[in-house]
Design a binder for this molecule. Structure first.
Ligand code: 0L1
Ligand code: MG
Length: 256
């Protein structure tokens, strides 16, 4: 079994490095469990760490109805972030460095105190040093961006990049902030942070629980991504994509 999981992690890593999509692994291996999928993810991220990348936090995935509907998966997932994924706010991103990249607005949490296991929303917030408007760049390594929950978990929940705006105080009501997604100045979607599980802090509570279940801790300095608030936008060269979160500011990136 270990050789199988290692081989599947290698396949997904190869797809990432060559920017070449592969068939869903659950087509060839329908009996893979969710635990197997997280084991593949861990092996896949280990390869990145072996190449010199550093762990930088955790992303929650499929925490909003818009995202669940877009990809046809009805359960949340999580993935691991590394420093190599960080993109410059207001900077450039190359379309060709990915397979079929998409951008989605999110809320980012900056961890100030260790957090792991079952916690209340108040305990989770007490461990947070700041919040920021953010966008996640996702890029499925699967053909046509199609996957099951187990496929996407094995593929590190489509993690590819993140753009973070200025950090703001977390001591404010985050439950229902307006969100606007614009491409070249044209509004393409609007939403509320309430789309994230009814309250984005619930995504952080879930991150702490899932990290604890995996024997991990969210460390001071870690960034936790809430999960996409709107459906994700497929990017093309020439676009400047900007996400504005009410009271928090905006974050943008231009595609070359
Ligand atoms: O959309 C996807 O590829 C699944 C990853 C999670 C995206 C999100 O909800 O933030
Ligand atoms: Mg996301």
């Amino acid at each position: 079994m270990n050789a199988l999981l290692t081989g599947l992690a290698d396949r997904l890593d190869d797809a990432l490095l060559k920017h070449k999509a592969v068939p869903q692994i659950t087509i060839e291996h329908p009996t893979l469990s969710l635990a197997d999928a997280y084991a593949i993810q861990s092996l896949l991220v280990h390869r990145r760490l072996q190449r010199g990348e550093r762990r930088m936090g955790m992303k929650m995935g499929l925490t909003s109805r818009a995202k669940m509907q877009q990809v046809g998966v009805n359960e949340m997932s999580w993935g691991r972030l590394t420093n190599a994924m960080l993109l410059e706010e207001g900077g450039l991103v190359a379309r060709d460095a990915y397979i079929h990249p998409r951008l989605e607005p999110e809320l980012a949490f900056l961890i100030g105190k260790p957090l792991s296991g079952i916690v209340t929303a108040a305990q989770a917030l007490a461990a947070v040093d700041g919040v920021a408007p953010a966008m996640e760049l996702i890029d499925s390594r699967y053909r046509d961006f199609k996957f099951t929950l187990n496929d996407v978990v094995a593929d590190n929940s489509s993690s590819a990049g993140l753009v973070i705006g200025s950090w703001c105080s977390a001591e404010q009501d985050l439950t229902n902030l307006g969100v606007v997604l614009e491409v070249n100045g044209r509004v393409i979607d609007t939403a509320s942070t309430a789309a994230i599980l009814g309250n984005p802090v619930r995504s952080l509570v879930a991150a702490a629980r899932l990290a604890g279940e995996a024997g991990e801790t969210l460390h001071p300095g870690d960034i936790i991504m809430s999960g996409g608030i709107t459906a994700a936008h497929t990017i093309s060269p020439g676009e400047t994509v900007r996400a504005t979160l009410q009271n928090l500011g905006f974050v943008s990136i231009s595609v070359t």
